[in-house]
Design a protein around this ligand. Structure first.
Ligand code: OXD
Ligand code: MN
Length: 584
């Protein structure tokens, strides 16, 4: 295979000259090619077979123990002006970054195969989709990209037709954490990643392209690239709504996207369009429509069981790649809270009984094609995307944020999104459980200055026809003993119902200084072990705590100095004033 696109040909030649691979393989994206990659990795030990009877076509990859999560401190946005990247990103001048990366890549692929991976983010014939090409020396990356993107011939044909594509260069290098960098050059539509084989650092279509580079493109072209799941909810009368929800990593996006209606909700149907990323465009009528740029899931495994997420549990029983899970005596994958079997060998390949700490890494992952999801929505293939009724923000907060509340209008919704904070998880290296600001759940992923990004969000009020309503949820509120107040998982449908009823103007709300909250009677708690007092506290607004929160938000906005949109500050001031004088 080769290409008629000269820019692509020249780039591959330049990269080959620099990195000196032994051979070059053009990925065609066929199932046969996938099987060959798997066989080759079984031969080299990059993959280990799992129990073929109970987990057919499932494999285990053990990453280097120092390479188990995204590395935010080694991730850079390299724009000509530092201010364009903003205080929310690590910045390096493009020239310096190029020099550093050229040095690292020099000869890095000697003795290895360079895989050329043309891919399309989004349905191949969607005007909202965008293409990229990843050059990598990792067969694990090539196999994962086959599951996660529309990869191969059709993507290359589109690239040749359009001429425009995002370039991504990746090498696992020697996996030395001191020589590990994930560099983004948004102005050049270029990504360069060295020294990590782990998901978000190496599968460049995902966070690097579909969020960091795409968010930059989206600002220029008038759309949004967001860290959001997209879910279809159908009530027993057949009325359908599409909701997009942004939560920080490992806060239950995959679970919400695949929610199983509880027994009390017979006749309700929930289908997944996407579990991690949404690209949102205004259509000709001014309606915001979403596509999922990915075609597979790279989900956190621990905690997945028949009860928490039966759909995810079922879809990873075959044709899946597991990364950093443990295995049982009969060679089945095992993870904490699987509620089945016992670990024999831990994620590092040691006897699980000797290990202290979890047997599966807390950020161990599965990779599967989205079509394996029992509640996969065919609309994920619709080139026109789906019309979004509501945007939902959320975080993991022990205190403060009520179960659900609604923004007064779009601009207030932007304030709510910009103020999202959450306790950190194992999805990124660093301390776990610390509360940090994570605006729109995009802290690690926005490819430009957050202040400009909020401005871009605000600009939609002038450009859209009917904008989605904006909400905030918190499934993680705890009492003083550390118990969760809300049951979560499938029962979250009860909250989605209120959200949908609000979108349809079917239910009133209580006006409070922070926005509209449900009347307790409007959250259906039938059949739940949840008393009135608990519901009251789930729906309470602690004015002192909110005043302190708003002061923190102000301090946070201060980091962005006078670039912060005046409208956003005005929205914050309104909440502060309402809190002060007790107005709703
Ligand atoms: C992910 C993440 O892998 O957000 O989706 O870390
Ligand atoms: Mn994510």
């Amino acid at each position: 295979m080769s290409t008629s696109n000269e820019a692509l040909r020249t780039w591959i030649e330049e990269v080959a000259q620099l990195t000196k691979p032994e051979t070059i393989h053009w990925c065609d994206g066929t199932d046969e090619e996938y099987d060959q990659l798997i066989q080759q990795m079984l031969g080299s030990g990059d993959l280990l077979p799992l129990n073929e009877d109970t987990y057919p076509n499932c494999y285990l990859h053990r990453s280097d123990p120092t390479d188990v999560a995204r590395v935010e401190h080694l991730t850079f946005v390299c724009t000509q002006q530092q201010a364009a990247a903003g205080p929310n990103n690590n910045w390096m001048a493009p020239q310096a970054a190029h020099a550093k990366m050229d040095e690292l890549f020099a000869g890095a692929m000697e003795g290895r195969t360079l895989y050329v991976i043309p891919y399309c983010m989004g349905p191949i014939d969607s005007p909202y989709a965008r293409c990229g090409v990843e050059l990598t020396d990792s067969p694990y990356v090539a196999a994962n990209m086959k599951l996660m993107t529309r990869m191969g011939k059709a993507a290359l044909a589109r690239i040749e037709r359009e001429g425009k594509f995002v370039r991504g260069l990746h090498s696992t290098g020697d996996l030395n954490p001191d020589r590990r960098f994930v560099m983004h050059f948004p102005e050049e539509l270029l990504i360069q990643s060295f020294g990590s084989g782990y998901g978000g650092n190496a599968l460049l279509g995902k966070k690097c392209h579909a969020l960091r580079i795409a968010s930059y493109q989206a600002q220029q072209e008038g759309w949004l690239a967001e860290h959001m799941l997209i879910v279809e909810v159908e009530n027993p009368q057949g009325e359908k709504h599409y909701l997009a929800a942004a939560f920080p990593s490992a806060c239950g996006k995959t679970n919400l996207a695949m929610l199983i209606p509880p027994q009390s909700h017979a006749g309700w149907k929930v289908r997944t369009i996407g579990d991690d990323i949404a690209w949102l465009h205004l259509d000709d009528e001014g309606q915001l429509r979403a596509i999922n740029p990915e075609s597979g899931y790279f989900g956190v495994v621990p905690g997945t069981n028949q009860k928490t997420n039966r759909n995810a549990y079922d879809m990873i029983q075959r044709d899946a790649i597991f990364t950093n899970v443990a295995v049982t005596k009969n060679n089945e994958p095992w993870w904490e809270d699987k509620k089945e079997g016992q670990p024999d060998i831990d994620w590092k390949g040691r006897s699980a009984t000797d290990a202290n700490g979890p047997a599966a890494h807390p950020n161990s992952r599965f990779t599967v094609a989205a079509t394996q999801n029992p509640c996969y929505s065919e609309l994920a293939e619709d080139p026109a995307g789906v019309p979004i009724s509501a945007i939902i923000f959320g975080g993991r907060r022990r205190e403060l944020a009520p179960l659900v509340y609604e923004a007064r209008d779009w601009a207030h919704g932007v304030l709510i999104g910009a103020s999202v904070a959450s306790e950190t998880t194992a999805a990124a290296t660093g301390q776990v459980g610390v509360t940090r600001r994570d605006p729109m759940a995009m802290k690690p992923f926005c490819g430009y200055n957050f202040a400009d990004y909020w401005n871009h969000w605000l600009s939609f009020s002038d450009r859209a026809g009917r904008l989605p309503r904006v909400f905030h949820v918190n499934w993680f509120r705890q009492n003083q003993d550390g118990d969760f107040l809300w049951p979560g998982f499938g029962e979250n449908l009860r909250v989605l119902r209120w959200i949908i009823d609000r979108c349809e103007d079917r239910v009133d709300a209580r006006s409070t200084p922070i926005g509209y909250l449900p009347q307790p009677a409007d959250i259906d708690t039938d059949g739940l072990d949840l008393d009135g007092e608990t519901l009251e506290s789930l729906l309470s607004v602690d004015r002192d705590a909110w005043q302190a929160e708003m002061a923190e938000v102000e301090a946070y906005f201060g980091e962005f100095e006078d670039r912060v949109p005046a409208e956003l500050k005005a929205q914050r001031d309104k909440v502060v004033a309402a809190l002060a004088d007790g107005r709703g």
